[in-house]
Design a protein around this ligand. Structure first.
Ligand SMILES: C[S@@+](CC[C@H](N)C(=O)[O-])C[C@H]1O[C@@H](n2cnc3c(N)ncnc32)[C@H](O)[C@@H]1O
Length: 464
């Protein structure tokens, strides 16, 4: 690995928990940590869990203590060639970041109906953590300012399969229009990235003291722009993957001084190796993750409550266009009984969205640029529903849709968008499944099968 910047090492000298010897040693060590988090909506019992983890054997899986359903893997398998990965059975995520689940569960009342914003969300690791923490009456708005990254975020949330999710592509300042709308705001801010040096040694060349200053100014701008959208008593979870004080504790002190906020401590166990930090001016609780102490990468996280602020009130409730009663019945046939979904007409497509969240849908649609909302079911014509890929991966999809079980070899062929030769008596639209998880659609014709896996998602790599 390239030498760590001396200016960085010097700047960390007096920070809580920093130990130069172990910090340098861990960056020179070839050891890498691999971790995944299971999708509780798709892998909901121990036999499914054993099946997904078991197929990595002889690679061993051990639990990550601060996040339910999360595991370290003793080696990195090829995720690209695992159909379960493409079915959304799990998300490959660095372990420290999963502490968000623990922080959220200890600072937020998850039994409530919550409006949650993940402001800097792409590629979606933390969004999928949040999605797994909230109940189905709650809404997650996952936002990403960079258009191409917002598309990747939407793809990852499509795989997660939840309907109570919206993906937006906005600048943080656009959220000021939603004064007091959100109960929880997660700001996983763009940062100077020192916490990822071990995983991405190229980032070392890009690090500079000037960039730390620029990042800290940008973090203040992002927070100041978006904070009006957090309601009174709302919870802000702020995180970076930088070790630098200016991007971490200094931002937390600034938040408390400028925005009438208070610190929310989170319980941690000594065995986890997470360092409890206290900000110098306000004594706010914060958490530092150093590789070498923690089994994971570098991270900083702090939780705050906003003591004063607005509560969103929509003067004119924006209206939505729903499909007809008859088409509602046609759409319901595609979903699990009692799914309690609304069917919103969006251009030529139908969007499936939880009935209890349609007001919020309309508000977000009116004020922000939507990249994805709920589940786009596809195009409903007089004759049939031409189902979309989102519908194939949706957790609310009925269990009785015609389906074909594929072997691993055929599943990989399907995911490459190759021609499939599968024996089946079915006709028309059918789900292609691997170990009972949906991968996507195919249309079965008398003499061939048309592969409808999205071109842009297909596996391009030839070999493991
Ligand atoms: C640390 S990454 C987020 C990682 C993500 N939360 C996850 O867990 O997968 C920060 C994100 O902020 C976005 N970003 C960059 N500049 C921004 C800005 N000025 N305002 C808001 N977000 C920005 C980046 O594109 C990036 O996707």
């Amino acid at each position: 690995m390239a030498d760590l910047p001396i200016a960085l090492l010097d700047s960390l000298q007096n920070l809580p928990g920093y130990d130069a010897t172990s910090f340098i040693a861990v960056h020179n060590s070839p050891e890498r940590v691999t971790s995944i988090r299971l999708n509780p909506f798709k892998i909901s019992n121990s036999s499914a869990q054993n099946r997904v983890l078991g197929q990595f054997a002889p690679i061993e899986a051990t639990s990550i203590p601060w996040c339910p359903g999360a595991f370290y893997l003793s080696e990195r398998p090829s995720f690209t060639f695992d159909p379960n990965f493409h079915a959304g059975a799990y998300y490959v995520q660095e372990a420290s970041s999963m502490f968000l689940a623990h922080a959220f569960n200890h600072t937020v009342d998850t039994s409530q109906r919550l409006m949650v914003l993940d402001l800097c969300a792409a590629p979606g690791g933390k969004s999928t953590v949040l999605q797994s923490c909230i109940n189905k009456e709650s809404l997650l708005v996952a936002n990403e300012v960079i258009k191409t990254r917002a598309a990747l975020l939407a793809d990852n949330l499509t795989k997660w399969g939840t309907a109570n999710t919206m993906v937006t592509n906005n600048d943080p300042r656009d959220f000021a229009k939603l004064d007091g709308f959100f109960d929880v705001m997660v700001v996983d801010a763009p940062c100077s990235g020192s916490g990822l040096f071990r995983r991405d040694p190229n980032a070392i060349q890009e690090w500079s003291e000037d960039n730390v200053v620029l990042c800290s100014q940008r973090q203040q701008r992002i927070l100041a722009d978006a904070l009006p959208a957090l309601k009174e008593n709302g919870v802000l979870i702020y995180a970076t993957c930088s070790y630098s004080f200016a991007e971490d504790e200094a931002i937390v002190d600034w938040l408390i001084e400028e925005f009438d906020m208070e610190s929310l401590p989170v319980p941690i166990e000594d065995a986890w190796g997470i360092v409890h930090s206290s900000t110098p001016k306000q004594g706010a609780a914060a958490y530092r993750f150093y590789p070498g102490k923690v089994k994971g990468e570098g991270l900083f996280m702090a939780c705050l409550r906003k003591k004063s602020g607005g509560d969103y009130y929509a003067k004119n409730k924006p209206a939505l266009t729903y499909v007809s009663k008859q088409d509602t019945a046609r759409m319901e046939a595609w979903l699990q009984p009692g799914a309690e979904m609304s069917f919103i007409q969006h251009q030529s497509d139908v969007i499936i969205f939880p009935q209890s969240l349609t007001n919020e849908f309309a508000i977000i649609q009116k004020n922000l640029y939507l990249k994805k909302a709920g589940i786009n079911a596809g195009q409903l014509t007089a004759k049939e529903l031409i189902p979309s890929h989102q519908l194939a991966l949706a957790n609310c999809l009925a269990n009785n849709i015609p389906s074909v079980q594929l072997s691993k070899e055929d599943a990989l062929k399907y995911l490459r968008r190759d021609d499939l030769q599968v024996q089946s008596n079915l006709k028309g639209w059918a789900l292609m499944q691997y170990e009972e998880l949906n991968l996507g659609w195919a249309k079965i014709l008398p003499n061939r099968i048309n592969n409808y896996y999205p071109k842009e998602l297909r596996i391009l790599k030839e070999n493991i």
